[in-house]
Each structure stands twice: as structure tokens, then as C-alpha cells.
Design a protein around this ligand. Structure first.
Ligand SMILES: [Zn+2]
Ligand SMILES: [Zn+2]
Length: 428
């Protein structure tokens, strides 16, 4: 029997990869402008890292791929990147460096999800983290940057949802009030939320079930219970966004539900995506580095779900993904011409020209058919006669026109070809 990919895991085939590369390139070049550098964190870590940061009882915590290695160590595929970035920051003592530390990452994450459109068990995220800066102006800059990113991708319709979830000082008190409120209504909550009531009462606020939303509507708002520092911070974030002309909606139900998250939380949503409309989530996590054994360090970040972003881009029928760059197909018809073919292929590649050559020894028409299927701009044909005359034939695949090129002018010819290909390439 044929072996297929596990459920929720997909190949990204070559014809799709240019979309991913296009998005990734846009992200990295923009993030560089804001002073971010790339970090590549491991794909698996000690499970303890995520259990301590994400939490065992949270949605993400329950979806982790935890396994034992041959020595019985408890490991986990990464369900997200923030914990690993914080771990790296502590492990390499990066807090000793002056100023804030800004990194971005691009890569796969793993969660045991129920697979659906835009939600896989291996999925890709693009995200950033900034450690070592508490100023609300940074929150504004981070949100501005992610908006800039979506604009540069050509996404026209997206919304910024904003909330503050307080801090260690003010949230426990609020959670107590919330618990008191939900206790009176616990029978109206869905089974999941009845569990959340025990370990993660904030998460009830963003339950999508209608029965729960009805109860949530009358629940006390955290923004009415923020401490003075959190209030000032939130006001400065809102003012900063207004100053930059960034529209946002206040969403009092937007919570991240993990202990170490603090103050600003935000999401970018796309109305056309329906129920799963968030393509980016982020916020402050001033408590995380300390929680993981480092010195107290404020932090903020966001992550973007690449698969969902792609669905949004395709829904918008954006036709801006770059086409495959065209190339040249070298056709040789016998042993002698093949030798010349190898020489030519090497020459063209050294000039940066994408070049194929058939090893089949098939006749001219079937090789031309292959060249056509590759979508090349030109075919170069060398047969016995061409070898004897020290020429080659250049065929324009679109017009079908042919001309002869002399071997002694190959250098000049390949320069010229490169120039023409560059012009015809769909440049970013
Ligand atoms: Zn507070
Ligand atoms: Zn619920």
C-alpha cells in the first residue's frame, strides 16, 4: 500500500512554493527596515519549556506533540515560537546586551488540531519578538509594522482588534470578579468553558459558542478594572495608533489567556475569512522571561498564520505572485553536439541563466515539446550540421522564429540573452 502524509500535514509543491517565498521575502525585507534580525530556533525542545510557558491546560498545551527520545527525555515539537525565543534570550544571556533585542522567525509549528481549511497540524508562522522594552510606543510600532506588512502584500480589507488584559497587579482581582460572575451562570456555559472556569477563566471571554457569548455579554470588562499603570499604558497605545492614522476596534473579549501575557493584546482579522478570521495575533508578555528563569524582561510579539494569510490573498484574487522565471532549453541531437551542449549549459548557468538540457537523445520534435512544457523563452538547438558549421540555432519559443549564432560569439550572445531574460522576468 502507498504511504501518504499523516492527517493534517501537507506537501508544498513547487508550483505553490513561489507564493510562500514571495510572502517570506516581503516579511524579511520589511522587518529588516525596523531593525529586526532573523532567528532560527529548534523544531523540538524540552517539553517542559512549553508546559511551563504555554501551560498544560490551555488549548495549545493540549495540542502539543510530546514524545520521548531514546534516553527517555520528554521532548515536544514546537507549537509556537515565543517560548523558544525567550529561552534563547536567557540561555545566551542576551539581556546583558544594551538596548532591546528584536528578532523575527519564519517556519513550521506543530499542533494536534482538527484539520480544516487554513488549519493544519504542521503549519507555518511568520512572527517577531522584541525583548527588553516596556514603552507603549513599541506596541504602537509593532502594530504599525504588521499593518504595513499586510498593506505591502496588497491586502485591502483587514481590521486591527485591540485590548488590554492588565498585569499581575490588576488581573487577579478582575479574574476573581469574573469567576464570581460566571459561577452564577456556569450551567449556561459550554462544556469547554466549564473547564476553562477552573484553570483559565479569561478564555471564556473569547468563546465563539452562542450560549457562552450571551453570558459573556454581561460579564464585567477588564478595561474597567485596570490598575493606573495599565490604564496609562493602554491610553498611550491608543493615542499612538491614532497619531499614526491606524484604525482599530476595541475588543474587550480579546484575551490571550496565558498567565504571562500582559497589557496590550491585538489581532488582525479579515472579514472575508468567516469564523476563522484572525490571521495574526500578538501582544505583550512582560512576565515570560522571568517565568522561564531569566531576569524580569518586558516583551512583545506577534505571529501570522501563513496558510490562512494565503487563503485571504487568494480570496482577494490577487494576481501578484511572481511567475516562475523563464529560462533556456538546450537540445542536442547526437554525441558530438551533446559535448557542445554541456559546454553551453555551463556557460549559460555561469551567467545566471536558468538552463535545462535533455539527456534523452530523443528526436528534435519531442525535445521541442518538452521545452514548450517547461515554459522557456528560448530553445537552443545543436545537431550534427551545427557542430560542423560551428554554429547553434536559437529558437524563440513564442514566435517560432529561428536564427543562427556563431560559436566564436557565444560570450557576447550569452550576455545579451541574460539581459533579455531579466527584462522579461516578472521582477518584484
Ligand atoms: Zn495592571
Ligand atoms: Zn464556551
Amino acid at each position: 500500500m502507498m504511504i501518504q502524509t499523516p492527517r493534517g500535514v501537507e506537501d508544498i509543491l513547487p508550483h505553490q512554493i513561489s507564493k510562500y517565498q514571495w510572502i517570506e521575502k516581503k516579511a524579511s525585507s520589511l522587518f529588516h527596515l525596523y531593525g529586526y534580525e532573523e532567528i532560527r530556533i529548534p523544531t523540538f525542545e524540552n517539553a517542559e519549556l512549553f508546559l511551563r510557558s504555554v501551560g498544560k491546560e490551555t488549548d495549545v498545551g493540549k495540542q502539543m506533540y510530546i514524545f520521548k527520545d531514546k534516553k527517555g527525555r520528554n521532548l515536544s515539537l514546537r507549537p509556537e515560537a515565543t517560548a523558544s525565543v525567550a529561552r534563547a534570550y536567557i540561555q545566551h544571556r542576551l539581556y546583558e546586551k544594551p538596548g532591546d533585542w528584536r528578532v523575527y522567525y519564519i517556519g513550521p509549528m506543530f499542533r494536534y488540531e482538527r484539520p480544516q481549511a487554513g488549519r493544519l497540524r504542521e503549519f507555518r508562522q511568520i512572527g517577531v519578538e522584541v525583548l527588553g522594552e516596556a514603552a507603549p510606543q513599541l506596541d504602537v510600532e509593532v502594530i504599525e509594522m504588521v499593518c504595513q506588512f499586510f498593506k505591502r502584500l496588497g491586502l485591502a480589507n483587514f481590521n486591527v482588534q485591540l485590548n488590554s488584559i492588565g498585569c499581575k497587579k490588576c488581573r487577579p482581582d478582575y479574574e476573581k470578579r469574573l469567576k464570581e460572575y460566571f459561577k452564577r451562570n456556569i450551567s449556561s456555559l459550554c462544556p469547554v468553558c466549564q473547564k476553562r472556569y477552573e484553570y483559565n477563566v479569561l478564555r471564556i471571554l473569547d468563546c465563539k459558542k452562542e450560549s457562552c457569548q450571551k453570558v459573556v455579554e454581561k460579564a464585567p470588562f477588564l478595561k474597567d478594572h485596570l490598575c493606573e499603570d495599565c490604564k496609562i499604558h493602554f491610553e498611550k497605545v491608543k493615542m499612538g495608533l491614532e497619531d499614526m492614522g491606524i484604525k482599530f476596534n476595541l475588543d474587550p473579549y480579546l484575551v490571550r489567556g496565558l498567565d504571562y501575557y500582559t497589557r496590550t493584546t491585538f489581532e488582525i482579522t479579515i472579514p472575508s475569512l468567516g469564523a476563522q478570521n484572525a490571521i495574526c495575533g500578538g501582544g505583550r508578555y512582560d512576565g515570560l522571561v522571568k517565568e522561564l528563569g531569566g531576569p524580569y524582561t518586558p516583551g512583545i510579539g506577534f505571529s501570522i498564520g501563513v496558510e490562512r494569510l494565503l487563503i485571504a490573498l487568494e480570496k482577494d484574487e490577487m494576481n501578484f505572485f511572481p511567475k516562475n522565471s523563464p529560462g533556456v532549453y538546450v537540445i542536442t541531437l547526437d554525441k558530438k553536439s551533446q559535448k557542445m551542449g554541456y559546454y553551453l549549459v555551463n556557460l549559460l548557468r555561469s551567467k545566471g541563466i536558468k538552463t535545462w538540457m535533455s539527456f534523452s537523445g530523443d528526436n528534435l520534435s519531442s525535445q521541442l515539446r518538452l521545452a514548450n512544457r517547461k515554459g522557456v523563452c528560448w530553445a537552443i538547438i545543436i545537431g550534427e550540421e551545427e557542430v560542423n558549421k560551428e554554429i547553434l540555432i536559437l529558437k524563440d519559443m513564442e514566435s517560432g522564429k529561428q536564427r543562427e549564432i556563431e560559436w566564436r560569439r557565444l560570450e557576447e550572445f550569452s550576455q545579451n540573452l541574460n539581459f533579455q531574460l531579466k527584462r522579461s522576468r516578472d521582477c518584484d
